[in-house]
Design a protein around this ligand. Structure first.
Ligand code: AMP
Ligand code: MG
Length: 523
C-alpha cells in the first residue's frame, strides 16, 4: 500500500464531472448545440485517427437504454428506443452527419511499451453537448474492425458489455468520475471467444477519450508538434482555465495529476479495483475508463486481484495509487519538450509536479476515510483510528461495504447494538476493542447520532455491483434472455445510498459457493 504524507482537503478537480450525481438536476445554462454531431477530435492532423465507420450488424435489439443520460445529451427516449435509434446504436445508421473515427494511441501494457494500439474495437460516432454545456464524445464499443484491430474482430460479447454498463453507471451513482453508458444492444451475430457468444455493442460517453497512451503515441515517434496539438486540445476541452497560466503545459500536468490522485482515492474508498491500469487505459480527463476485468472488493484485502491476466498483482487493489503515479510519470515524460526548452529545467518541473501526487492522494483518501467512520476532522488521530479499523478488517476478513454501512447505523451510547457489524469479523472481539476507541473519538467530536448516521449513510453505500451479482445478471441475460437480475442490480446500484428493503439480498456478501475468484477482459 502506498504511504506518505497526510493532511485534510476537500477540494475538487477543476471542471470535473464529480458533483452531478444520478438523478440530481442542477441549474444549467441552455446547452450549446452541436446539431450535426461533428467530432472535434477529427480536426486534429490525420495521424491522430483513422476515418472508419462501424460495420453493420445483422439484427440489432436494444437491451438497455439509459434514459436519464439520453435526455441529458438531448436525445429523446422514443427516438433511441425506436428502429432508427437502435440502428444508430448498433452502427447500422450514422449519427447526424458526423464522420466516425477510431483514434491512435500507444501504451504500456503491464509495464511493456507497445508503440501502436489504438481503438481496435471502438469507434467514435459523434460528439454532443450535455445539459451542463460540456462536450461529450459518443463511442460504440464492439462496432467492428478498424485499422488498429491488428487481427482482432473488433467485436464485443454481451457479458463484458453488460459488465461495463453496470459498473460504469454504478461508479457514476457513487459520485466517481467515469465514462457513462448510454445503451447496449445485441447485434444478432455471434462472437467467438472461449466459445461462441452473443455479440453486443456498448454506447459509451466520455468527456473525451484521450489517454496517457495517446500522448505516448506521438512522443514515442518524436512528433513534438503533435504532442503540443494534443495538449492544446485537452486544455481547450477539459481544462480551459489553464490556458491563461504562465506555463499552460505545466498547469495541464498539475491538473491531470491532481484529478488522477483524487480519482484513485475515490476508487479505494469504495473498494474498486480497475484491474488493467495500463497507460492506454488511463484517461487524461480524470475519468474511470475501459472497464475490463474490474471488480469491487467483498472482503477487505489490499493485495486483492481479480483479473485473470494480472499474474503478478501489478494492479492489485492497494497497488493502484502507486501505479497511478507510475502512469502519470509516463505522461509527464511526453510533456517534457513542452515544459521548458532546457531539458534539465523541464525534468525539474515534471518532478515537482509529480511530487504533489502523493500528498494529494493522501489528503483525499484520508479525508474520505475519516468521513467513512463518521469523524468530521481528518486529523492524525482520525487517520490512526481508520488505519486500525482497516488492519482489523483485513485480519478478520470483514466485508468492506457492509462494515462501513453497518458503522453508519451505530449509536454512541449503545454498544449492544453493534451485533451485526461485529459479526462481520472472524473474531468479533477485535471489533469491540476498536469500537471502544472509536466511540471515544466520536464522543470528543460531539456530533449527535442522527446527524452522524445521516452523513455516514450518504458516504457509505449499501449497494455496490457485487461480482457474483454481476455474473448472475450476465448468465441470466446471455443464457436465458432473462433481464430481471440485471434490472434489479441496476435499481440498487443506481441509488446505492438508499436501503431498497425489497432487494436487500443485493447488499449481501456472496455465500461461499457464490464467490467470484476471477474476472476476465473478454476481448
Ligand atoms: P483493452 O484490453 O480493452 O485495453 O484493449 C487493448 C488493445 O486491444 C486496444 O488497442 C484495443 O482496441 C484492442 N482490442 C481489444 N479487444 C479487441 C477486439 N475484440 N478486436 C480488436 N482489437 C481489440
Ligand atoms: Mg483499453
Amino acid at each position: 500500500m502506498w504511504r506518505d504524507a497526510s493532511g485534510s482537503l476537500e477540494e475538487r478537480c477543476p471542471g470535473a464531472t464529480f458533483a452531478t450525481m444520478a438523478g440530481m438536476s442542477e441549474e444549467t445554462t441552455p446547452p450549446e448545440t452541436n446539431p450535426d454531431f461533428g467530432i472535434s477530435y477529427a480536426n486534429l492532423a490525420s495521424d491522430f485517427h483513422a476515418r472508419v465507420g462501424p460495420t453493420p450488424v445483422s439484427d440489432p435489439h436494444l437491451l438497455r437504454l439509459n434514459a436519464d443520460l439520453a435526455s441529458d445529451l438531448g436525445f429523446s427516449r422514443e427516438y433511441l428506443s425506436g428502429p432508427e435509434g437502435v440502428s444508430m446504436l448498433a452502427g447500422n445508421l450514422p449519427l447526424g452527419t458526423a464522420d466516425p473515427i477510431a483514434t491512435a494511441y500507444a501504451g504500456h501494457q503491464f509495464g511493456n511499451f507497445v508503440q501502436s494500439l489504438g481503438d481496435g474495437r471502438a469507434i467514435q460516432i459523434g460528439e454532443t453537448v450535455d445539459g451542463n454545456g460540456t462536450r461529450r464524445d459518443i463511442q460504440l464499443k464492439g462496432a467492428g474492425p478498424t485499422p488498429f484491430s491488428r487481427g482482432g474482430d473488433g467485436r464485443a460479447a454481451v457479458g463484458p458489455v453488460l459488465r461495463e454498463y453496470v459498473l460504469s453507471e454504478a461508479m457514476f451513482a457513487l459520485g466517481i468520475p467515469t465514462t457513462r453508458a448510454l445503451a447496449m444492444v445485441t447485434t444478432g451475430d455471434r462472437v467467438i471467444r472461449e466459445r461462441a457468444e452473443p455479440g453486443a455493442i456498448l454506447t459509451r460517453v466520455a468527456t473525451g477519450f484521450v489517454r496517457v497512451g495517446t500522448f505516448q503515441y506521438f512522443h514515442a515517434r518524436g512528433m513534438t508538434d503533435h504532442v503540443r496539438a494534443l495538449a492544446d486540445y485537452v486544455i481547450e476541452r477539459r481544462f480551459p482555465d489553464v490556458s491563461g497560466a504562465p506555463n499552460a503545459y505545466r498547469a495541464l500536468l498539475d491538473n491531470v495529476i491532481e484529478c488522477q490522485a483524487e480519482l484513485i482515492a475515490r476508487w479505494l474508498l469504495v473498494g474498486f479495483i480497475h484491474g488493467v491500469m495500463n497507460t492506454d487505459n488511463m484517461s487524461i480527463m480524470g475519468e474511470t475508463i475501459d472497464y475490463g476485468p474490474c471488480a469491487f472488493l467483498d472482503e477487505y484485502d489490499v493485495g486483492k486481484v481479480f483479473s485473470s491476466i494480472d499474474h503478478a498483482g501489478r494492479y492489485a487493489y492497494g497497488q493502484q495509487p502507486e501505479i497511478g503515479h507510475w502512469n502519470l510519470t509516463r505522461f509527464a515524460e511526453t510533456l517534457l519538450p513542452l515544459l521548458a526548452e532546457e531539458e534539465e529545467i523541464a525534468v525539474e518541473s515534471a518532478q515537482e509536479a509529480l511530487g504533489a501526487y502523493s500528498a494529494r492522494f493522501h489528503q483525499s483518501y484520508h479525508h474520505g476515510l475519516s468521513q467513512k467512520i463518521g469523524l468530521v476532522e481528518a486529523s492524525d488521530a482520525a487517520q490512526a483510528i481508520a488505519s486500525s479499523l482497516l488492519e482489523s478488517m483485513a485480519r478478520n476478513r470483514a466485508d468492506f461495504t457492509l462494515t462501513f454501512r453497518g458503522l453508519s447505523e451505530l449509536r454512541l451510547g449503545d454498544p449492544a447494538g453493534d451485533t451485526n457489524v461485529r459479526a462481520l469479523f472472524d473474531e468479533p472481539a477485535a471489533f469491540d476493542a476498536w469500537a471502544r476507541d472509536w466511540r471515544d473519538h466520536l464522543g470528543r467530536e460531539g456530533r449527535d447520532d442522527s446527524t452522524r448516521n445521516h452523513a455516514m449513510r450518504g458516504t457509505n453505500p449499501a449497494f455496490i455491483p457485487r461480482n457474483h451479482r454481476v455474473q448472475q445478471a450476465i448468465d441470466a441475460l446471455a443464457n436465458d434472455q432473462d433481464p430481471r437480475p440485471l434490472e434489479a442490480l441496476s435499481t440498487v446500484t443506481s441509488r446505492p445510498f438508499e436501503d431498497h428493503p425489497e432487494l436487500s439480498e443485493y447488499a449481501a456478501a456472496p455465500e461461499t459457493h457464490e464467490v467470484v475468484q476471477q474476472t476476465f477482459c473478454g476481448t
